[in-house]
Design a protein. Sequence first.
Length: 326
Amino acid sequence: MYEKIITHNDFDGLASAAICSYVFQINQIQFAGPNTIANSQITVTEDDIICDLPYPLMCGLWFDHHAGNLDELKYRQIDPSSVPGSFELLPSCAHVCFNYFAPKHALPPHFKELVQAADIIDAFNYQSIADWRQETPGKIIDAAIRAKRNYDIKHKRNLMRNWIFLLRDKPLAEVAQTDTIQECYREYQQEEQLMLEIIENNISFLPGDANQELIILDLTHFNRPPFVIKNLAYLRCPDALAVIEMKAHYRQGIKTTNFGISMGLSLNLNSVEHQRDVGEIMRELNLGDGHAGAAGGTVYCQSKNEMLKEKERTLNEILRLWQEQV
């Protein structure tokens, strides 16, 4: 019926693909990013299942949970109920897949734990920094997925395909202890120490941010793209409420004047009532999309001088909208 699963290359994407692979016994997996789908850079047919990505021109089944992708459907005048598959505003796409298939198929018991882990990891829904830093099987696997050094893209994608099948067939605790997961996890731990050093040297706050609520992590001056996970900035500034990361875009290894901007809420907000929605900030500024707790986009510039001006303007606009959300 369906021949291939096209999914996002993060924990939620792998978890979603594991569920779909189990139901349809599909072993052909392709990884893609949101822009790859949005810009029609790969061929998608009615034989394909799309997970945790924007809706393409056509597909066999589509599973997603991003508010911005739903808005895009409405902009294209596509009725979401007419799209085969399921869309729900849930913490993870894996949860959407589980809800869709559970009433119709006898899913293995370990999928409930897999979905719970995807909900927490994809939404960064930890109760505290201590909770976030606690080692769990899901976080070990997530860290292994994130490890970058010493792995070319083809090799890493082959590893992740195998991990999808492990997540399909085994409980999280068993998957986390497999040799390739452990090897990549140890690699990630070394990379994390380097990330903390980069963060220490590249964070600041906006002059208008008197309470230092928004950490600014500006990495646009690097000639080569550094591997940094922005949430690690909370270890340096634990009282901040959000972090904004800016990275230069590179084309065929050459730095361009375009830059990406992403924003995530602090764990400090998980235990209190608040009106913060960084996805709405990205959408209102027409930068990109995301969830209430994490979002990102791109700023296009014609010159270095324009990039410097746009960085300042964009950050001040984000701060303005942030302060208006109180």
